[in-house]
Write a protein that binds this ligand. Sequence first.
Ligand SMILES: [Zn+2]
Length: 57
Amino acid sequence: MQFLKRLFTETCPTCQDVLQLKTDDCLSARTIKACPHGHYEKEYHPALESYIETYRS
Ligand SMILES: [Zn+2]
């Protein structure tokens, strides 16, 4: 189960904090995970079947 655990506990590349799941009622098709300190954001697009990653300084 180590592989599965790694998939679901993703961490910020800057501060290593666990990413928080953001929910947006208007855009419920999207899944956004973000660092609680605003360093990093990861957005899943079901249409593209891929993640778009955003790094903030
Ligand atoms: Zn961070």
